[in-house]
Write a protein that binds this ligand. Structure first.
Ligand SMILES: Nc1nc2c(ncn2[C@@H]2O[C@H](COP(=O)(O)OP(=O)(O)OP(=O)(O)O)[C@@H](O)[C@H]2O)c(=O)[nH]1
Ligand SMILES: [Mg+2]
Length: 691
């Protein structure tokens, strides 16, 4: 397919704004999925996604769509209206030089639209859509998808309006220099405030009302028009094996790379190198592609999801992972329909997959470049590694299963590149892995997947953030496990990460939200009016406090109307101490946690109460205690199960009964002395959950 007739775009939005449902309707009207096979949010194919009704992993899919949208630009008697219809193209990070070239760039985009169309005026286009998750914990998925496409549909729910995560995803798309199509969703809903939300989007994007499209993923209204607009507004891919398109689109890539260089991030540094070498190679016909995701199959090994930047790859081609420096043969190349479907070849501008046959972990990584071995081009600029937000240690319930856990983590990382793991050992729990996650939901999903997909029984420690601790001996170390947090009297200083957070809320909830912010050691740094009678609070808060159920608190205080997004921005001094939890006089490292000094008594009380309620009883009585600063702060006894050994003896000699009871008493005493309490797995899971 000529790249002129390809459009690559993603759908981005706040959680639950209807991305996957809109994708359903697109798949339906393009005939990609037969109606009888259709189910709600069909792209959410993971068991956990379906169960929870949320998207966890990005999902690419290829559709075909006949449209005359592209031809209007070429054939129109007055080309001005459509080209000058100010297609919103937000490349905010463009340099001034690039901005000067903006109109020229737009021209070049439109010039590369189809010059010839079929007799019926309909040209067939390939549309590669990537559905993305909306939850903040999975925003690494969104950011990776943005590098594989030229445009994004920014979806805003007509019943909710612009939310905090709308702003975050919009900024990500702007930074990637993408064309953005503003769309209001759920216009069928009786609660829809469509026109107000259109106005809100116009204000946000500085665009006109006509630029904002309106759709319903439920009824399909406006979806065909939206696909036409995708063709009209999103530029075709820049790379091409045909020299004519390269000339025009190379410039566009140039501006995009400049945008990245302006970010001042690690990508920018790589981008600079990219500009020198990789840019010169853009017109090349030699195959080169960006790995934006992957999958693992026991049968065929790693399957990389790629966006082809140059040339063509065929089955059996000899290819190389440029960063990992690993040569392999393409066992299969294919496209997503949405199931993996083999094709003969994949060419510049296309999105698809390559089956690599590689089974060892640690070779494939997102952001690597897959290129032809012969006369190989230089690697493309990769992705910034995500920064883990919370940490937890994962141990197999039985040490015999450690190798299975190791293998499971390796495999899981091949379908989720955003968590990290490293082996560690704990006295009582044996060997396990310290894992980093992008948030509490991410942690919950990963541990749940380990249990379900690999049948593992696990002990997961209380999640924690990292603390930088300076000891009295002058040594500074980063602490990832609460049980390893030093005793208070050994510490000189502790610092912890701080987040800058945006909370968008209707004004009536501000009072209670402010109180909650204060209780979580937060500081409101600004209060701004936001769109349609709402307010945006900017708050600085220790990450530790954000993780202490703040999200749920905000949701319930605002009856679900307030939304949050955040970034880790700083490190600051923290007044925290380690709290140990003892069960039958034994500290349980998995329950240890680091808490604010002023909240220790309260935390001790609630933790002991919670454990008291969920720990099963034993044959003997034992204590559950919380200890900090060398003192027991809270304690409860869980009494032993009452079982009268003499109960079955009917009648007879009373001394025989007494003898038996005496013996039982002794047995219990021995059990108490030597017996350890068996803590079932679901107790660890329940303790890990907040609330
Ligand atoms: N009335 C109405 N409800 C919709 C529409 N689109 C989606 N919904 C409902 O909104 C909820 C969320 O829809 P999803 O499509 O899963 O939203 P999403 O944006 O993909 O969610 P995440 O991927 O988890 O961020 C579901 O209950 C849908 O049935 C629509 O056009 N109209
Ligand atoms: Mg979804």
């Amino acid at each position: 397919m000529d790249p002129k007739h390809i459009r690559n775009f993603s759908i981005i939005a706040h959680i639950d704004h209807g991305k996957s449902t809109l994708a359903d309707r697109m798949l339906e009207i393009t005939g990609t999925i037969e109606k009888r096979k259709m189910q709600e949010q069909v792209l959410d194919s993971m068991e956990l996604e379906r169960e929870r009704g949320i998207t966890i992993k990005m999902q690419p899919v290829r559709m075909k769509w006949k449209s005359s949208a592209g031809s209007e630009l070429v054939d129109s008697a007055d080309p001005a209206p459509s080209t000058a219809r100010q297609v919103p193209s937000f490349g905010s990070a463009l340099s001034s030089k690039d901005l000067a070239n903006d109109s020229e760039l737009r021209q070049s985009r439109h010039l590369s639209l189809p010059a010839t169309v079929a007799a019926d005026g309909q040209q067939e286009y390939i549309l590669n859509l990537i559905d993305t998750p909306g939850h903040i914990d999975f925003s690494y998925e969104v950011s990776r998808s943005l590098r594989a496409v030229e445009g994004s549909i920014l979806l805003v729910d007509a019943t909710q309006g612009v939310q905090a995560q709308t702003l975050t995803t919009l900024n990500m798309a702007k930074e990637a220099g993408l064309t953005i199509i503003p769309v209001v969703s759920k216009i069928d809903s009786p609660l829809a405030r469509t026109e107000d939300v259109v106005a809100e989007m116009c204000q946000l994007l500085k665009c006109s009302k006509e630029d904002v499209l309106k759709v319903s993923g439920k009824t399909g209204e406006g979806v065909a028009l939206l696909l036409d607009e995708v063709i009209r507004r999103v530029p075709p891919p820049f790379g091409s094996s045909s020299a004519a398109t390269v000339a025009g689109s190379d410039k566009w890539r140039l501006s995009r790379s400049a945008a990245e260089r302006n970010e001042g991030t690690c990508r920018a540094e790589e981008g600079a190198g990219f500009a020198n070498t990789a840019m010169n190679e853009y017109g090349s016909d030699r195959f080169r592609s960006l790995v934006f995701d992957f999958q693992y199959s026991n049968h065929t090994g790693v399957i990389v999801y790629i966006r082809v930047m140059n040339g063509t790859a065929h089955r059996h081609d000899k290819l190389v992972f440029k960063i990992a420096d690993k040569v392999f043969e393409a066992i299969e190349v294919g496209i997503f329909k949405p199931d993996n479907t083999p094709v003969e070849s994949l060419s510049a501008g296309e999105i698809g997959y390559i089956v690599t046959g590689i089974k060892e972990p640690g070779i494939a990584s997102v952001g690597d470049t897959v290129a032809s071995v012969k006369d190989s081009l230089s690697p493309l600029d990769g992705y910034q590694s995500p920064r883990p937000v919370v940490w937890a240690s994962i141990y197999p319930e039985s040490q015999d299963h450690l190798p299975v856990l190791r293998q499971a983590l390796g495999r899981l990382r091949l379908s989720d590149s955003s968590f990290t793991y490293e082996e560690e050992a704990s006295g009582t729990l044996g060997k396990g892995y310290r894992c980093g996650f992008l948030g509490m939901l991410h942690l919950e999903i990963v541990t749940e997947r380990l249990r379900r997909e690999f049948n593992l029984e696990l002990v997961v420690t209380m999640p924690t953030i990292t603390y930088t601790v300076t000891n009295k001996n002058g040594k500074t170390s980063v602490i990832y496990s609460p049980s390893l947090f030093p005793d208070d009297h050994d510490i000189v200083d502790v610092s912890e990460p701080v987040v800058t957070m945006k909370i968008i809320t209707p004004p009536e909830y501000i009072g209670s939200l402010m109180t909650s912010v204060y209780e979580h050691e937060g500081l409101v740094t600004s209060t701004d009016n936001f769109g349609d009678n709402r307010t945006m609070l900017t708050v600085n808060m220790p990450l530790r406090e954000l993780m202490r159920n703040f999200f749920d608190e905000v949701k319930s205080l605002s009856s679900g109307y307030a939304s949050i997004s955040y970034d880790i921005t700083d490190n600051q001094h923290a007044d925290v101490v380690r709290m140990d939890v003892l069960v039958a006089d034994e500290p349980v490292p998995a329950f240890a946690r680091v808490v604010s000094r002023r909240r220790v008594p309260e935390e001790a009380e609630t933790t002991v109460e919670k454990l008291y309620k969920i720990l099963p009883r034993e044959l003997f009585t034992f204590k559950v205690q919380a200890q900090a600063l060398g003192r027991i702060l809270s304690s409860r006894s869980i009494s032993g199960k009452k079982k009268d050994a003499a109960a079955t003896l009917s009648g007879g000699d009373i001394t025989r009964k007494m003898k038996l009871r005496e013996k039982q008493k002794e047995g219990r005493k021995r059990l108490k002395e030597h017996g350890s309490v068996n803590i079932p797995q679901d107790v660890f899971v329940k303790m890990m959950r907040n609330g």
